[in-house]
Design a protein around this ligand. Structure first.
Ligand SMILES: C[S@@+](CC[C@H](N)C(=O)[O-])C[C@H]1O[C@@H](n2cnc3c(N)ncnc32)[C@H](O)[C@@H]1O
Length: 202
């Protein structure tokens, strides 16, 4: 397996290195995207494809009276996310589970917001995974997607050669699938680096 395939599903030693790198490397993207998400102190949050858990940590800070769950299908990601958030896990403010976003164990209508940072590139079953996010959100809840590869820079396509199974979506493609899953009120933000942030409501 090529090293960069660990971005799709971190595995083994390469995966452990990759989740640590992503915890640092995706910091700015998450800070940028989270500025657009309005949350109450007691919001219940889910981070899908949570990787090494750095963004779960940010969500715990943003919602000091809330609960944050994470899900990732990679055992390496789940172990790292649990380690990074062990304080919150020990007082039951945080749970990180191994599972596929397309078929989640979580109860319906429990989360105020769901986030997905740098992960929707790896969804062969994109519509099903968005339907699952829709199911677990409360009515009026928000789904936030943030991608460094926003689909407008041809240069970003180099990543699809390095990472097998990676697909870069344009905003209009994601919008169409999100609407098919039932979401409405789409907001699209882009920046000069070509990053994309999408917010939709249930
Ligand atoms: C590029 S990493 C991003 C990790 C983290 N969100 C971040 O910003 O650092 C993508 C993560 O999504 C996870 N992932 C991809 N597809 C998934 C799926 N269908 N269900 C659960 N996790 C998935 C991978 O295992 C990986 O940890």
């Amino acid at each position: 397996m090529a090293f960069f395939d660990n971005t799709r599903k971190p595995t083994g030693l390469g995966g452990r290195i990759m989740v640590s790198m992503m915890n640092i490397g995706h910091r700015s993207l998450a800070d940028w995207g989270l500025k657009y998400l309005k949350l109450n102190n007691d919001a219940n949050m889910l981070d899908c494809g949570c990787g090494g858990g750095a963004n779960i940590k940010k969500l715990l800070k943003l919602c000091p009276n809330g609960f944050v769950k994470g899900i990732d299908y990679s055992p390496v990601s789940v172990a790292k996310a649990n380690k990074v958030n062990r304080g919150a896990v020990s007082i039951h403010r945080c749970v990180v589970l191994q599972g596929n976003v397309a078929d989640m164990i979580f109860a319906s209508e429990w989360f105020d917001a769901v986030t997905a940072f740098e992960t929707v590139y790896f969804r062969p079953d994109m519509l099903q995974s968005f339907k699952e996010v829709y199911r677990v959100l409360k009515s009026g809840g928000t789904f936030l997607i943030c991608n460094e590869c926003g689909g407008d820079n041809l240069e970003d396509e180099k990543w699809t050669e390095k990472v097998s199974g990676m697909i870069i979506y344009k905003d209009v493609q994601l919008k169409a699938i999100l609407e098919q899953a039932g979401f409405r009120d789409i907001q699209i933000h882009k920046n000069e680096k070509g990053w994309l942030c999408i917010l939709v409501q249930k």
